[in-house]
Design a protein around this ligand. Sequence first.
Ligand SMILES: [Zn+2]
Length: 525
Amino acid sequence: MSKKLIRAALAAAMALTMLILPSGEVSYAATRQSAPEYINVGLRFGSSAAHSVNLSSQDELEASETGGKSLADLGEEQVVLTKDTAPYHIELDGSFDTFSDAISELRDMDIEEGYAYYDGSWKIYIGSYSSSDDADTYAQELYEQFGGKYSFEAVEAQGRNINVSAGSGDIIMSYDTGKGVQLESASGYPVSVDGKKYRGSIICKRLTSGDITVINRVRLEEYLYGVVPKEMSGSWPVEALKAQAIAARNYTVISLGKHSSQGFDICNTTDCQVYGGYDSEAKNSNAAVDATAGRFMTYDGSLVQAFYHSNSGGMTENSENVWSAKLPYLRGVSDEFSLGAPNDSWSVALSSDQLQTLLAGSNVDIGDLKGVNVTQKSDNGRVIELEVVGSQGSKTIQKESIRKVIGYNTLKSTYFDLQTSAGAQQGVKVISASGIKSLDTSQAKVMSYAGDKISWGTISGTFVQNSTKKAQFTISQEAAQQYVFNGRGWGHGLGMSQWGAKNMADSGYSYIDILKHYYTGVEIE
Ligand SMILES: [Zn+2]
């Protein structure tokens, strides 16, 4: 396969993650020392929180304290976690040191509906009851059944409880999810969560009695195994993947705490970084993570916000020309490495109607669209201000917001030139010494000899003439029918160009060369 074909195939296969910084606000405080060994990744949360969760592994599952000692061998390779929705249970008086102690006591008592319950210590719970009266009644019956040897009491269930059941439906154990319990393979195999495998352990929480929030507690470096191939094809050269691994590691540590109110550090979607877990891992990307383990990119001792994009189009951009924050390491640099790669140049044509619809969809209200003008560009070539002119006034759209209005996939970058169809320019004719000429009306105003402004609405039928020729103002309000955006690159243009990184790696550059090319004045440490 030719190099060009390989690139095209990879472009089609790759899902690119663009990091969008909505406010331009940037955290600047994180350092290498902020990096934890383990992180908590939200897998299902908020509106995607689960009613029930299936966990399985190649070996028996166990429950343990978060990051600590083992609590219970569940004796099953597959369990189902469900919310405990019963309002009341019966609790056997007294507690047990271990899960096994509770289970053996239960066997001795031979109570079928009994199970071990953990809320910091082990207890025995019996049955589910809809009212405290029902529970009290049965507690009394049990007391009599055991001839007063044991005492029982009705307890109101915690809204945070989760039941762990075997395939048979029998409850193996139940626990208060506020007490720091995790489930994992006893032999360290990945755990499958509803069919998708993850390294590390699984923590399930019920926030405000709601559905189950599913969290993967995993070593930072193993988390990156599941992130890097989601950002850059795992088959790409390892030096490019190492640069991507550093970018992802930096991003992770800077973003920790973003979801603390939901009980985890970082989520698994484009909101943070897409994380595919064990199933998405690839040999080259795992090798890239290992080779750069514990290494970060810093500027002046602080972790760099390592933004990246698909293709720079030949020039990267200053951060303040895309969002608002000015970051010293996000400066525009010339980038010939991105040329010849997919989307190094592109063109998209939008009709006036299409553009009008997009503007209305973003509440840019200017009446009927009359024209669009690029009014400011950065030194690096990206559009900073786009003026849209309508029958009810004009508005200016700035920087990356231009892509937000037109669509991030339609307008692949703000690195574009704008070409309009000829209609507006030919609309008004004037007579000059060299004959009748069309007038560019984009900035023009028409006034009478006396200085009265002639409005566009009354201009039709007005003639201008010199001694030999006469011309009519033929139209008044005809706007361009089509706008053609001729652009370069894909993405915001900040920091590393992924295709540029690939071409640098193919040309023998190291990941350090790549990072230092795209991030100005940084250190890799
Ligand atoms: Zn997130």
